[in-house]
Ligand binder design. Structure first.
Ligand code: UDP
Length: 312
């Protein structure tokens, strides 16, 4: 198949490209490099089935030739990035998603939207099931991301209903692994960077808020399975193993053998108190569940971040 991937130079996007190419597909990779990095896909440069184009999907663009699949991943995705670029984030989810849906329609291709657990906001139901409508502050600092993705989901469903487009929607929960940006502010690279430098680990709030972390290879496997399914409604993809952020800080300290202390900083506004995916739907529908243990995934990530430090 020939597959167009927007946001291909991002953290998850680049891993998805690797996987699609390994399966023998051809990839037309699009990125505007606002938060993505050429370095994430530099190793694919010599691959004749991989083409990278600098494209901002919120503006008119064309893809020549037949296309079988369209994957719309483009968006700033870390709180730091989308707080810095709120308008670009809203544009990516709305205008960008619209253009990617039109591309799929024009080419008769199937379409995958990568949405987010942020659609559930600061959830009042726990764990989060796909049928939960969420608890989102529509005007808070995170709303640019949450509402942009919620709009993107609505638009995707509308294209399916109006045009019969074969669509899928993944709600991605916290994902980690190599190629995360060291300075994107997210907790995994932040703690690893701090631990490796021997600087204090900055826990926001009292650290009692929870997250569940999924290794990127597992997540990409879920995306590939979802892309082939006939399910039109959103499917959660994430690892149900939940822990507090304070526990997570301790784990990173132990793993890196760091003597960094833990310090507490103010909790960002609207930071969700708890988050854990209910993945019963993905299990039943896709035969999918995460396979990589947190300890193994974190070890692979630390190796990557050590390499980045060494090269700096
Ligand atoms: N967090 C933290 N210290 C940091 C960065 C993040 O304690 O240096 C917390 C953050 O407040 C949140 C959790 O870790 O409760 C996950 O944050 P992240 O930005 O990775 O992703 P989110 O799940 O909030 O989108």
């Amino acid at each position: 198949m020939r597959i167009v991937v927007s946001g291909a130079a991002g953290f998850i996007g680049s891993h998805l490209c690797d996987r699609l190419l390994a399966e023998g597909h051809a990839v037309e990779a699009l990125d505007n490099f606002l938060t993505g990095s050429r370095r994430n896909v530099a190793h694919l440069a010599g691959n004749p089935r991989f083409r990278l184009a600098e494209v901002d999907i919120t503006r008119p663009f064309a893809v020549e030739g037949p296309v079988d699949g369209v994957v719309n991943m483009a968006s700033p995705a870390s709180p730091k990035d989308y707080l810095e670029h709120p308008i670009e984030t809203l544009d990516a989810g709305s205008l960008g998603t619209r253009r990617m849906l039109e591309l799929a329609l024009e080419k008769g291709a199937r379409f995958l939207l990568t949405s987010t657990s942020e659609c559930y906001g600061d959830p009042l139901e726990h764990p989060q099931v796909e049928t939960y409508w969420g608890h989102v502050n529509p005007v808070g600092p995170r709303s640019c991301y949450d509402e942009s993705k919620r709009f993107a989901e609505a638009l995707t469903m509308a294209y399916h209903r109006v045009h019969g487009l074969r669509t899928n929607i993944a709600r991605i929960f916290n994902t980690y692994g190599p190629r995360m940006k060291l300075d994107d502010g997210r907790v995994v690279p932040a703690f690893m960077d701090q631990a490796l430098r021997g600087q204090p680990l900055t826990v926001f709030g009292d650290g009692s808020q929870t997250r569940s972390f999924c290794y990127v290879a597992d997540l990409v496997d879920g995306l590939c399975r979802l892309m082939l399914s006939e399910e039109r409604y959103p499917v959660n993809l994430g690892n149900p193993r939940e822990m507090t952020i304070l526990e997570f800080a301790e784990r990173i300290r132990r793993l890196t053998g760091s003597r960094s202390e833990v310090i507490f900083e103010p909790l960002p506004e609207d930071d969700p108190r708890q988050r854990r995916p209910d993945i019963a739907k993905a299990r039943a529908l896709l035969g999918w569940e995460p396979k990589v243990a947190l300890e193994d995934g974190l070890r692979l990530s630390v190796e990557y971040f050590r390499g980045i430090h060494a090269a700096a």
